[in-house]
Design a binder for this molecule. Structure first.
Ligand SMILES: [Zn+2]
Length: 1151
């Protein structure tokens, strides 16, 4: 190198240093933004002191850097040409900035992002047109529970004697067996004890009796059966399906719960079941069958419709609602989404009229009569009729009386429906497990049918049928083409919560039962989705580079995980209504699935980050990355992996963002030392905060520390950061969090230092606040809990008083249990005095920890430019194992005037439904499921609780919103479980609270039953649920052969388009079939959008150019379970625009 070049370099270096020094001076000028943020108050002096120390440290660091530059330049001058590269590296390093506040501490408010017109129209249009609006019906109903006679919850049914003069009554008797994949026994135990025999018996019985029919729903069991039968039997099953003597209804992996399940998992379990059916049996179901889920959601109706189903059947609906719909012959209706103004989501729905789906409650209104036609209950059969009149074998001598008695029930039932076709299920839980039952039911019924059909004056045609046979006949009679909605059927919109089957027995307990597993389920969901998205891209790269082992092994892990999640969506799984040992079995399956997903995630990340994927070799159980957390067992809390960083060592950590837009968000790493520096891929020092890890109430760990920083991770992307262990002397004082403890168990006013943190003990809870650029949260001096929120942008002061309350259980014969919530009255405040309160504060994250009996409650506020800077985060570690017959709730009492007791809760995380708290309902009838979100609002203010797990929610008084946390009950509630709930765990419940002020300019549409979250609220919920995954390097040292950055998308998705899934279907060496699922969110545009950086002006997505690393060879639109393919999309038509609220599936061939 010649001298001239050297001088240029030296000059450049000096110029840089001078400029930087000027910048430092600007930063520290009194009155500058970052200093203004330091409040001079009670803590002002210590803050200034800390800041001076900080400045000293940083000047010291910068001096070191100057020395390094000088030394390198000297080496260069001495002819060490290798030093040129070194100098360039040094110059790339950012000197330590003077402020420990992140560079974004002063935010320039960008104007609100603008959303497409069709998105914003949704709110203004209000709810769609419907003949029956369930919420209005709730206003009308008396909920008086009058005894209806034989049909207790209904009314005496009469009809005119010449009703069937003109056309025959058609009766469809449909044999079925309801198989729970886990309840009193585990999934596997049910299979070996009962389901295997049922399905084997089915094949034989249907062959033995050509007129017999059967419907079956649960593919989890069916696939197990299929795997163990021989080729001959498989052909016999296929023949029965082709001849339509056997019908698969719904064909989901399970019959999913519709209250607690999230739409991602509902859809995924349907894909798993329907894909299996299509591939193995060549069958695609057309009719939905949900006889046992405890209440029904329109989300299921939406999903079934978009999957291409034509019909659906539901059963568990509030008895008053059933009675109302029965009176007006509206038990069959067209179910419409309340946001769908075009009716494009309509699906025909049949609601069963009576108490249950068993034989006594399905032939007609009188269970005493119907029970006599359950021929499993013939004397000596082991089961009897509770009404004490047993069935009789049908003989010549009794057939006339028996047939007319049964026909009378059919006729009465038929009058509740239109069109003179009547549907009669014939089955119960785990029925048809013995040959005799098949034969007894068939023989006796066939005799009755033949007899009835032979009497022309009876005007009836009765036969065994499948569910779809019934719907075909209904359409025929109603004059509709096979695929069309019958004309003149009433349109209904709304949902069927909260279910009550009798008296005040509201099934609102299961919204909360076993919250530990409800949370574990969501953790699993987020892992599955995150892994699917990475794996589907990695599969293509692996196929290209010939890493076949990768695809083969990991695909198996994916399928197992999908099936474990699917299994848990069963209506006794996520509901928390199974026996203890079954709950543990589900838990074990979820835990293995989470571990499996972590393995696939790290392997996929390693492959995608490889500079040359050909050099990547797949090694099972040995990846470059470690997992970020472990769980000792399915019922223990996760333990984060502590990253060991020795002095002078470095360790890389890769962050994974599974969302379709780039994120700036606060991330926590657990590290072995507080003396650590974090650098981004450009080698810039990342501002960090070191927080203590609490060993006990007041003791901090000296081996584990939390490193908190604002991460930037690209859309569907990976980004590597590096931790550097520093010597003690180099430690950065300013980054340590401040720790104050109030109401200490020790003598007050003490000051401890553990060598790292200074812990100040204070006598009374005065002036505890958390504050960032946008919010100020104040805390009660009495309870230590949140009291009020100031929204700085508008100056709006919202009173929001946090409370913990507990409900007791009613005494007597009928008690709260896994299903039912039967409280002994209003909730009482949780009793406690002077709780220990810890305040941990810093520039990036500040927290208030309140240690209450039964719950460790943490409120945190992020100083983040992202959406996470807009929410108040709540973490409750609930432990009520010391008490009995208690239900713990977190209540927020606000000054928000929500009119008429109206509030909103989500349905399956997919849509919002308006609720009304009604005094005519008992307290437990005013609780609703909250899988993801609830809000209440006035004209001006909306307060939302976003939830990372499904729990029960209510708004019992104006301004109140309360969320159940856990329930512990010593008694069974007489719904068959035979157990209370005593297997409570330490349960981590997580929430975000969002306080939003409606823009003055925004208009709200007409009175509507449908609501929409704001964009900020959607994105904050995604932050909460799809957290950034941390992939730490297993070994210290810099990674070799790896890139620091990966993004799966060429451009970010629009803000209101959610990347729901990218799911590998099957794989060959040439190409991979992948399902892309996009969900366009429904947004209320009336709120500001702080922290939102994604683009929203257009919602269009270009499929052809969507992915950066893989190419879309072919794309076609398809139904949501990917079974009914639409037309292939030309490259030009791959610019797609999903309508607001809708989910759209595409089948892609990726290369
Ligand atoms: Zn069931």
């Amino acid at each position: 190198m010649n001298m001239k070049k050297y001088m240029v370099l030296w000059g450049g270096a000096m110029f840089f240093v001078v400029c930087f020094s000027l910048y430092l001076m600007m930063e520290t000028t009194p009155g500058s933004a970052s200093l203004r943020a330091v409040e001079v108050g009670e803590n002002g002096l210590s803050n200034i002191d800390a800041r001076i120390q900080q400045i000293e440290t940083m000047l010291n660091d910068n001096q070191k850097m100057m020395n390094l530059i000088r030394k390198t330049v000297q080496e260069l001058a001495a002819g060490d040409h290798g030093s040129l590269e070194k100098l360039q590296q040094v110059l790339q390093m950012n000197p330590t900035p003077l402020s420990a506040r992140p560079p974004h501490s002063v935010k320039t408010r960008t104007s609100d992002v603008s959303l497409p017109a069709d998105t914003c129209q949704l709110t203004q249009l209000g709810s769609s047109k419907a003949d029956i609006q369930v919420l209005d019906v709730y206003d009308q109903l008396a909920f008086d529970n009058i005894d209806g006679g034989a049909w207790k919850q209904g009314f005496p049914i009469t009809y005119s004697p010449n009703k069937w003069e003109k056309q025959k009554l058609k009766v469809f008797v449909v044999p079925h067996s309801h198989n729970d994949p886990g309840w009193l026994k585990t999934f596997e135990k049910y299979y070996t004890d009962q389901t295997r025999a049922i399905l084997n018996g089915m094949v034989d019985a249907l062959e033995r009796h050509p007129q017999m029919r059967f419907i079956y729903a649960e593919m989890s069991f069916f696939s197990m059966f299929w795997d163990e039968i021989n080729q001959d039997k498989r052909l016999r099953v296929k023949k029965l399906l082709q001849e339509k003597r056997l019908e698969i209804v719904t064909g989901g992996w399970v019959m999913n719960d519709e209250a607690n399940a999230h739409y991602f998992a509902m859809l995924d379990q349907m894909i798993e079941g329907n894909q299996w059916l299509q591939q193995e049996l060549g069958v695609t179901p057309v009719s939905g069958w949900a006889i046992d889920p405890f209440g029904h959601s329109p989300t299921m109706a939406y999903l079934l419709g978009k999957m291409g189903f034509q019909n659906m059947l539901i059963q568990r609906v509030h008895y008053s609602m059933k009675k109302h719909l029965a009176r007006s012959t509206q038990l069959e209706f067209v179910w419409r989404q309340s946001w769908d103004h075009k009716g494009s989501t309509d699906i025909l729905c049949h609601l069963m009229p009576f108490y249950s789906y068993d034989v006594p409650h399905t032939c007609g209104p009188d269970p005493r009569v119907c029970c006599q036609f359950d021929f499993k209950r013939l004397p000596g059969g082991g089961v009897s009729c509770p009404w004490r009149i047993p069935p009789q074998v049908i003989t010549k001598s009794n057939i006339n009386e028996r047939a007319s008695t049964l026909l009378e029930q059919y006729r009465q039932k038929a009058t509740l429906y239109r069109n003179d076709v009547v549907f009669v299920p014939l089955g119960d839980d785990f029925r048809y497990d013995k040959v005799e039952e098949w034969d007894n039911q068939f023989d006796n019924y066939q005799r009755l049918f033949d007899y009835m059909n032979s009497k022309p004056e009876w005007q009836v045609e009765v036969k065994f049928a499948t569910l779809s046979d019934y719907f075909v006949a209904l359409r025929e009679r109603a004059g509709a083409a096979p695929e069309n909605i019958p004309p003149h059927y009433p349109v209904l919109s709304g949902d069927f919560y909260t279910y009550a089957d009798r008296d005040d027995h509201y099934w609102s307990g299961y919204f909360t039962s076993r919250p530990f597993y409800k949370r574990l389920n969501r953790v699993m969901e987020s892992h599955l989705r995150g892994t699917e998205l990475l794996f589907s891209q990695a599969v293509v790269v692996a196929s290209r580079s010939g890493a076949g082992g990768f695809v083969r092994d990991l695909m198996k892990t994916m399928v197992t995980a999908r099936r474990s999640l699917a299994l848990f969506q069963h209506h006794d799984g996520i509901t928390g209504t199974a026996r203890e040992l079954v709950v543990a079995d589900y838990g074990q399956k979820l835990l293995s699935a989470i571990q499996g997903m972590k393995e696939v995630m790290v392997q996929s990340a390693e492959l995608l980050l490889s500079i040359d994927p050909k050099l990547y070799t797949y090694k099972a159980d040995n990846s470059f990355f470690d997992v970020d957390e472990t769980r000792a067992s399915h019922d223990s809390l996760p333990v984060r992996t502590v990253l060991q960083v020795g002095t002078g060592q470095s360790r890389s950590v890769t962050l994974y963002n599974s969302l379709g837009h780039a994120r700036q968000t606060v991330v926590r790493l657990y590290v072995s030392t507080p003396h650590v520096q974090l650098r981004d891929p450009l080698n810039n020092i990342v501002p960090c905060q070191v927080e203590p890890f609490w060993n006990e109430d007041e003791t901090v760990s000296n081996t584990v520390y939390k490193l908190v920083f604002v991460a930037n991770v690209p859309a569907l992307g990976l980004r590597s950061y590096t931790l550097h262990g520093m010597a003690d002397g180099e430690r950065q004082q300013g980054v340590l969090a401040k720790v104050d403890i109030y109401n200490s168990a020790h003598s007050s006013l003490r000051l401890d230092t553990d060598g790292v943190f200074t812990v100040v003990r204070k006598p009374s809870l005065v002036g505890v606040t958390l504050e960032n650029n946008d919010l100020k949260v104040t805390f009660s001096e009495v309870t230590g809990l949140m009291d009020a929120v100031l929204v700085k942008s508008t100056g709006e002061h919202v009173s929001a008083s946090m409370q913990f309350v507990k409900y007791g259980a009613k005494h007597g014969k009928e008690r709260s249990g896994a299903y039912l919530f039967l409280p002994d009255g209003a909730a009482k405040p949780l009793a406690y005095n002077n709780p220990i309160v810890r305040v941990v504060s810093g520039d990036i994250l500040s927290e208030v920890h309140v240690l209450l009996p039964g719950v460790e409650h943490i409120i945190s506020l992020h100083n983040s430019p992202g959406v996470d800077g807009q929410t108040i985060d709540v973490s409750n570690t609930v432990d009520i194992r010391n008490e009995n017959d208690i239900e713990l709730a977190m209540r927020i009492v606000t000054n928000i005037e929500n009119e008429n007791g109206e509030f909103y809760t989500d349905l399956n995380g997919f849509q919002m439904q308006k609720r009304k708290t009604l005094s005519k309902l008992p307290l437990q009838g005013n609780f609703y499921p909250m899988p993801a979100m609830a809000y209440l609002e006035s004209d001006k203010v909306r307060l939302s609780i976003l939830s990372a797990q499904s729990l029960g929610v209510a708004s019992l008084k104006t301004g109140w919103l309360e969320v159940m946390q856990d329930r512990r009950l010593s008694h069974d509630d007489n719904r068959g479980l035979g157990q209370g709930i005593h297997d409570n765990k330490r349960t981590p419940n997580k929430f975000s609270i969002l306080v939003e002020i409606r823009k003055a300019s925004s208009t709200v549409g007409p009175a509507s039953t449908v609501g929409f979250p704001s964009l900020m609220s959607h994105l904050a919920l995604q932050e909460l649920v799809h957290h950034i995954h941390v992939l730490p390097a297993r070994m210290a040292g810099p990674p070799t052969g790896q890139r620091h950055n990966f993004t799966g998308l060429t451009t970010q998705l629009p803000c209101d388009v959610h990347l729901l899934n990218l799911r590998t279907l099957q794989s060959t060496s040439q190409s991979t079939h992948t399902a892309l699922l996009l969900h366009r969110l429904g947004v209320d545009c009336g709120f500001p959008t702080y922290g939102v950086t994604c683009q929203c002006s257009s919602s269009k997505v270009n499929l052809a150019k969507l992915f950066s690393g893989v190419k879309v060879q072919k794309a076609s639109s398809t139904s949501l379970t990917l079974t009914r393919d639409g037309t292939e999309l030309s490259e030009a038509s791959q610019l797609i625009d999903v309508p607001p609220m809708e989910i759209q599936a595409y089948k892609l061939q990726l290369t």
